[in-house]
Ligand binder design. Sequence first.
Ligand code: RP5
Length: 163
Amino acid sequence: MPDTQPLVGVIMGSRSDWETMRQAVEVLEQFGVAFEARVVSAHRTPDLMREYANEAEGRGLEVIIAGAGGAAHLPGMVASQTLLPVIGVPVQSRALNGLDSLLSIVQMPGGVPVATMAIGTAGARNAGLMAVAMLAVRRPELREQLRAFRERQEQAVRSEPLE
Ligand code: RP5
């Protein structure tokens, strides 16, 4: 984990979410964005969740990525207690394939937004990229890195052989 001041807080409801959420962390590492990652559960550690949300801005975080599965209340409950932008990642649940997670995260009442990503690893990866894009608004170097990433991605697709 980078030892500079974290700008992005990556939290997840359970250790079992880590396999998915590490995709977000890998993107942040790729862009050299300082982050912290930890388990914070809306249901199993509600006091820790409240504390985390209340203190995040004061600790210098600028974006929170929150992943959870099933009754995935973590992103919305954190968003209700901080002014920081919260990006929600619906983790693919065993019972309902993540549709439960998606609906739990995306159907926020008007007034408390959560930027909801796709279910599973694509969502986690995009959460990392979304956080980078948010930070890049006021950081020209990061913006250039993002531009270069998109260009490399395009070139890779253009030159990809089918067989
Ligand atoms: C949620 O319940 C977590 O986000 C996780 O996706 C799901 C299952 O948690 P475990 O029972 O695997 O700890 O709170």
